[in-house]
Design a protein around this ligand. Structure first.
Ligand code: AMP
Ligand code: MG
Length: 714
């Protein structure tokens, strides 16, 4: 497996700069100039007034002058020869200054002595020749180099060309990029339902069981347009070698320079893309099967390990083919890191790479054990008011404040977009940077300086989006969404419940840089129905007494979640007013109830929560216990004891479960029920008596400041 820098180098070494073509400047936004642009004429083309006032001879000032006419923008004064001395012409900003005049007196500086037909003005001061006059070519000189080869044409460059009267630009051609999605499960969300069938023609096609909507193609087409490509949509292609080969051939025939496919490059038995590209299939009646080469098929990175890069040679050119992994986040990240630089190199960019900046981590991030990770994050910028700068630097004349290094405090703070699993596309929402994190073990601590690749140009826009990311406490309860196990965003009293698919926050004003939100995340693997939190709080007992541990440990996520809400609601009500902010409860699902899957989910949830509660999983909650050990770095023996107490209450007297408990102890370490990772306390919750266990283990943590937790629990 090659590293990501090697992969990018390989791609760039095979991405040719495209030929030069002449296009109208106004159609050339985003293109790269292939030659310097010179001004064919000076600007202004005539001496022009800078002010509204009177054009005068400087030698006549001070004095009383007779007004003999007017020169307005677009309507010059018609006397260009010599005029008697002691005269002036009314003039507006940008109008030609008559050739006999050499200065303009602002209208505010004269006194009008007589009106109607015979107007005189009194000028009190003297004026040097050239005062308030823009000389010919003073903004743009004749033959001045206005734009340079390699400049990217943006709105300002277009304005400059227009001002100089230059119609056409010599630019590199824009790459033609074709996008296809592969997968038997994919349905196009934007194709309408079938009128002859059950579907409503105004609604997207329904997805049959096992199908999902195709996100990648639309996202990648939009990314390609943003990167400056001319795009072709090749649609959804079935996981079938012939269909794939035909789609690729079509793309080549339509003149694509780059083909971007998503899906079908992993290890599944229907992941055919690599074999098709290598021409390993022969199709009856199709002698011209695709025949290409693969330069790499796996990269040591996360997300995006199966990223594949190859080429197809035709008689006239070589077409680049990127096989992006199917998971939408992997597709988006690999496009940004590999496809976009190729597009930029082909478009003529001198530097095809995304800008790299430094940022300071706003919280701990657990590192992946095997691969370097590109972690999506948003940036908080330091306030940077003029006063801040003035306080720190000498602002006397000649000392430019921008040359002063204000130190790391001026770096932006990076905040994770939450759970980074590659299927969770919402982790790309608002993401401004990909943090370049090394592989683990361990974690990158809060305040660590890290490098980050900017993946979004318009920081202003993304900051707005970021502001929208902070979640207010929602009330009343929203309707639960069927089929997805989404918990209705229920809020009772002061305990809010959200899905932990982004950083949660307890309030807009309370967040400081790097401070983790006051969130307890409950990790579970079962789908839990919507809770009526009001009802829950009305009841004198919580449901965990009614719910029994089933053989596979399921059904208890509900008990833990409801117990957590109850404990949080009670704490928030009695909370010491010195403690800022209310707590929220958030819910996150592991992919399965195995300890490995739970451990991964714990580590991700830990990035955006102060406390993680792991709902019971496996017989007697053994898997969840083991997950706490696997997923955490530090134990909390004090809490562990309390938690263990609840667990022992369940397993005692049952030989089978006792054995399982021994098994758990063997794997997890005796008595472990609590740990710490990324500055977050993680607790596995006993299957029964969850309320009491959470209350004894957690409630005091909710009402004392974070910095005093160590003393509390150890
Ligand atoms: P694959 O790389 O084909 O094995 O796909 C990996 C995962 O990504 C699977 O869960 C797919 O269903 C999902 N996936 C593949 N293509 C798309 C797509 N175009 N849009 C959304 N999800 C996709
Ligand atoms: Mg697939």
């Amino acid at each position: 497996m090659i590293s990501m820098p090697e992969a990018i180098d390989m791609v760039l070494s095979r991405a040719p700069v495209l030929p030069v073509e002449s296009v109208p400047f106004r159609d050339a936004i985003g293109r790269v100039l292939a030659s310097d642009v010179f001004s064919p004429r000076p600007h202004p083309p005539f001496p022009a007034s800078i002010m509204d006032g009177y054009a005068v001879r400087s030698v006549d000032c001070p004095g009383t002058l007779r007004v003999v006419g007017a020169s307005r923008a677009g309507a010059p004064h018609d006397t260009h020869g010599s005029v008697e001395s002691g005269t002036a012409v009314y003039i507006t900003t940008g109008a030609p200054v008559p050739c006999w005049a050499d200065a303009v007196v602002p209208v505010e500086r004269i006194v009008t002595l007589k009106e109607n037909t015979n107007v005189q003005i009194k000028v009190d001061a003297s004026y040097k020749p050239g005062t308030n006059v823009r000389a010919v070519g003073s903004d743009i000189a004749l033959h001045e180099t206005l734009l340079f080869s390699g400049d990217v044409i943006g709105p300002h460059e277009l304005g400059i060309a227009a001002l100089a009267g230059i119609r056409n630009a010599e630019t590199h051609a824009s790459p033609r990029l074709a996008v296809l999605s592969t997968g038997d499960e994919l349905v196009d969300p934007f194709s309408f339902g079938d009128v002859s069938g059950d579907d409503d023609e105004n609604e997207p096609k329904r997805v049959a069981s096992g199908s999902i909507y195709d996100a990648n193609r639309h996202m990648l087409l939009a990314m390609a347009v943003e990167a400056g490509c001319v795009t072709t949509d090749l649609g959804i292609v079935k996981d079938d070698p012939l269909a794939l080969a035909c789609a690729i051939q079509n793309a080549v025939l339509t003149g694509a320079d780059i083909i971007v496919a998503s899906g079908g490059v992993s290890e599944g038995d229907k992941d055919y893309l690599k074999q098709v590209l290598l021409g390993e299939f022969s199709f009856d009646g199709q002698p011209d099967t695709v025949k290409g080469a693969i330069h790499f098929g796996r990269v040591l990175m996360k997300p995006g390990k199966p990223l594949t890069f190859g080429e197809i040679k035709t008689n006239t050119k070589t077409v680049l083919l990127f096989g992006l992994p199917g998971n939408p986040v992997s597709a988006a990240v690999t496009f940004a890191l590999c496809v976009k630089p190729a597009v930029r190199r082909m478009s003529g960019y001198l530097n095809p790479h995304p800008p790299r900046i430094h940022a300071v981590l706003g919280h701990d991030i657990v590192l992946d054990h095997e691969r370097p990770e590109y972690h999506r994050a948003v940036l908080h910028w330091p306030e940077g008011t003029v006063r801040d700068v003035q306080d720190k630097v000498d602002m006397t004349l000649g000392n430019c404040p921008y040359q002063v290094n204000l130190g790391t405090e001026n770096l932006p703070t990076a905040i994770s977009t939450g759970r980074q699993i590659s299927s969770r596309l919402t982790s790309m929402k608002g993401a401004e940077v990909l943090l370049e994190l090394p592989k683990g073990p361990g974690f990158c601590g809060k305040d660590t300086r890290v490098s980050a690749l900017l993946i979004r140009g318009e920081l202003g826009v993304s900051r707005e989006m970021h502001m929208g990311r902070v979640r207010p406490v929602v009330t009343p309860a929203a309707a639960p969404t069927a089929n997805h196990g989404v918990l209705g965003a229920a809020v009772a009293k002061t305990a809010g419940v959200t899905r932990n698919d982004s950083s949660c926050d307890s309030g807009k004003t309370r967040r400081r840089h790097g401070e983790k939100p006051k969130v307890i995340t409950v990790v579970m693997h079962e789908m839990v129905p919507a809770l009526n939190v009001d009802e829950l709080l009305e009841e004198s007992t919580i449901p965990d007494g009614e719910r029994r541990v089933t053989d596979d440990g399921n059904d208890d996520g509900f008990a833990v979640l409801s117990a957590a809400i109850r404990v949080v609601a009670e704490s928030n009500e009695t909370s010491n007013s010195n403690i800022e902010g209310t707590w929220q409860v958030s819910q996150v699902f592991a992919e399965s109830g195995t300890s490995a899957s739970l451990a991964t989910t714990i580590r991700h949830a830990a990035c955006t929560s102060q406390i993680v509660l792991v709902a019971p999983s496996g017989p007697a909650g053994v898997s969840s216990q083991a997950a706490v050990v696997v997923g955490t770095d530090l134990g909390f023996p004090g809490l562990a004891d309390r938690m263990r107490h609840g667990i022992e209450g369940v397993v005692s007297g049952d030989d089978k479960e006792l054995n399982l408990k021994e098994l758990a102890d063997k794997h997890a370490g005796a008595g472990v029920g609590a740990g710490q990772v990324a500055g977050c306390v993680v607790l596995s919750v006993p299957p029964r008596n969850a309320y009491h266990a959470i209350k004894s283990g957690v409630q005091r943590m909710l009402v004392v400041p974070r910095e005093k937790w160590e003393g509390l629990v150890l």
